[in-house]
Unconditional design. Sequence first.
Length: 277
Amino acid sequence: MTYTHILRESAKRFGNITCMGIDPDLDKIPFKEKPREAIIRFYSEIFEAMDSEACHPSAIKPNIAFFEQYGFEGLDALKSIIESAGQYGIPVILDAKRGDIGKTAVAYAKNIFDFWNADSVTLHPYLGYDSIGPFMEYKNKGAYVQVRNSNPTAKEIQDLMVDGVPIYMKVAELLLKWDQAGLGAVVGATYPDELRKLSKMFVKSGKEIPMLIPGVGRQGGSATEVMNILRETENDLAIHRINSSSGISYAYINTGSDDYAQAAIDALKKLNEETKI
């Protein structure tokens, strides 16, 4: 089973292309326990509420740095969350942003896919295909290359011109040249014009390039606008994922609710409706 097949199956099963970012922050988790217990309890209760209300995202995206900051307890919590996602049949995109070469890249790939058992990973392309290839050896796994990121200063590098073409477009061209099944692109929702351009480019190529689209919610991106762009460019909705992180997990802070799990479900329901397929 290829990674794009996994994406299509989960989109069909859950009826949406929502990706829920998992970024644990003990300052925002509303109880005081040791990191492992606090993180597992917080997300377990949200997952249980998802299941009881039949409201699931079609992927989750744990950001590994948010777990690493809490040492071995945080990493143990990450393992638990990945295992829980597997029980619910939710694909896991491990946001690790790796980018090295040779044996180091091989070791990273082994860690991501063999130890963590993630379905896909985020990668940096700055060192070229040498930093991407080892991940592509796993034929049922995926990888998302940073192409057009959602943060404001991404343009400092990604808008630099090379032969009259911005670097982010050059990276997109490389994805098509490398032509690897399951190899996708990170494209921020906060840059809709660039998203439209890239979506058109990928569709025209005839190749399946899954996009991970962050920046929805607190960063200012619109899921509805993203969906409209994907439809306008006649892209295959089911292979893409639109991500929101704190807007779901910590929705209770914005709503003033004491029920953090229900607040997360309410935010997830809204995004699922916006990304409905």
